[in-house]
Design a protein. Sequence first.
Length: 271
Amino acid sequence: MIRAIKAELIKTFGYATFWVLILLHAILFLLVLMVANNATLNLNGVETNILLSKPYTWGTVAWLASWFNLILALLSIILTGNDFLFGTFRRGLLDGFSRNQLFKAKLSLLLLIALYVVVIVTLIALFATPVLNSWQNLFTGYGYILVLFIQMLGYFSIAFLIIMLTRNIALTIVMYLLYFALIEPIIRLFLPDSVAMLMPVKIISNLTPMPDFLGIMAKQFNVNDQLDASTLNALDAINNGTSLTQNLVIAIIYIALFTVLSYYVFRRKDF
């Protein structure tokens, strides 16, 4: 198993496109975070960059980082599709690896990329946002970054299943983008709200929700005695829906389901 993982890493780290997309992901995230940190838009006395101050820092960072999950999802499609395109899986079988080892090695690579997201997002956030102004409560809300890790695995699991079914990079990318942007949203229109909110893309996307700027503004105003408690309660009621914990549990179930289905297809398809 270790030998299969080493072979996977050597193959991947020697692939120029891998480094291009990894660097593109990091650079774009850094640029967006710097722009958000330096934004001085003032709304009724509250500046928008308050979203990057404590205790909102890590929730906002996770939301911004989620914008670029698609880049790494496409990378996972390319890396897996190349193994079909260039016969790498077939060659691995001839070299003595089992299908089980090849599958686990590819999953290990995807886990490593998801871990990279956690590390790079954390490091960039520490040096590009105001969180280092004080060590007090530095990692308050850091759980959002760990949730980002699960979200990344969710994106990977859907991409992995599609590429296993099609074994074609271009077709998978088209199907993947269409499912996220068009197919599932249309399906949700014909479903009851209680069911639509449990669809895979909906659940996975909701793991890193947009920061509640209205709620944050309300709290700031309340500090200045500009809003009363009843108004704050009314604003809190706006955001009813599935909780983050519920979304997380359902997302993990989806990830496990898609991974098992991918393994089933991988075990039975000819290379």
